[in-house]
Ligand binder design. Structure first.
Ligand SMILES: [Fe+2]
Ligand SMILES: [Fe+2]
Length: 317
């Protein structure tokens, strides 16, 4: 697959219906403000996917495979939480964005589920790790009380704040994968690369929805900082555990290949994984008082990729 066109190559963006726009709390570009979020009903056939879909790079493959371990349950939790939040939204425009977000995340979860099924068929059973992820999103982060009561509302807003922090990272990863020619040079499996770039592009498209919902429900800077202070380290810990699990369980590696930070840095220098410094800098930008997700990534570049993504084009037919 050829690399993604630069942000300047922008096709016509699907625009929402004309309506009075509500004042937003931070900077938004015109292209982003007018964007209507729509799910794309994509499908992937993984029957010919090799175990190491970044050729000869098991660490890069499994570092990105952690997405498939976390996202089906994680994104279903996003959907449940945002559905709970819908009755609390008094801004019609934001409500429209949240409904679009729910539609996109629902499709993402199912798209990644298909890869889990393929891993199992190849002898790598992801169930032990996925059960822990299910426990996290159902038991630890599940709904506690009726969200119309004070305790339930507080719990719901806290979960929305955690999702806003996670969405900062998914937008970072989306922007990275759209600008990662190293993946093209490495001849990554084209269908997997399309999955990553289609998903990444939609993450960039809807990157401000969770943050805008959080600000709508509670503009507190303290909550945003507190939830990022927990979410960033927990996400990193989950990712490291996920890579270790996959490398250890991969029947083709027979437990011989050990993941190390040194190997990660080397793979990132080859353009196969995001750099650690870039990720840390991105997390630091989230703590700026005037942060807004539209300051990260390019809506135009995301829409340009979605216009040429094989899976998105097939879904549009
Ligand atoms: Fe997603
Ligand atoms: Fe997302």
């Amino acid at each position: 697959m050829s690399s993604v066109p630069p942000a300047a190559a922008v096709p016509r963006i699907a625009r929402r219906s004309t309506r009075t726009l509500v004042q937003r709390p931070a900077v938004r570009t015109d292209e982003h403000r007018d964007l209507a979020l729509n799910p794309r009903d994509v499908h992937f056939d993984w029957s010919r996917l090799p175990m190491h879909w970044v050729p000869q790079e098991p660490l890069a493959t499994h570092t990105m495979n952690v997405l498939h371990l976390l996202l089906p349950e994680g994104e279903r939790w996003f959907v449940r939480t945002f559905r709970e939040a819908l009755p609390l939204i008094t801004d019609e425009r934001l409500r429209e964005d949240v409904i679009g977000f729910i539609g996109q995340e629902s499709v993402h979860a199912e798209a990644h589920q298909g890869v889990l099924d393929l891993l199992l068929a190849k002898g790598l059973d992801p169930a032990p790790f996925v059960r822990q992820v299910e426990w996290l999103f159902h038991r630890v982060l599940g709904r506690r009380d009726d969200p119309t009561g004070a305790a339930g509302r507080e719990n719901l807003i806290e979960r929305v704040a955690i999702i806003a922090a996670i969405e900062h990272f998914t937008a970072f990863l989306g922007d990275w994968v759209l600008n990662a020619p190293g993946l093209d040079r490495a001849e990554v499996d084209p269908m997997m690369l399309d999955l990553l770039r289609w998903h990444g592009a939609e993450e960039v498209e809807h990157r401000s929805v969770a943050y805008d919902l959080l600000v709508h429900l509670d503009p507190s800077y303290l909550r945003r900082m507190r939830t990022m202070a927990v979410t960033g380290p927990v996400l990193t810990w989950l990712w490291v555990r996920g890579v270790r699990f996959l490398m250890l369980t991969d029947p083709e590696l027979e437990g011989r290949a050990k993941p190390t930070w040194r190997a990660y840095v080397q793979a990132s220098r080859r353009g196969l994984l995001p750099g650690l410094t870039g990720a840390a800098r991105s997390a630091a930008r989230y703590v700026k008082p005037r942060y807004h997700p539209t300051q990260e990534g390019s809506t135009g570049q995301a829409v340009a990729y979605l216009a040429r993504s094989p899976a998105a084009r097939a879904a549009a037919r």
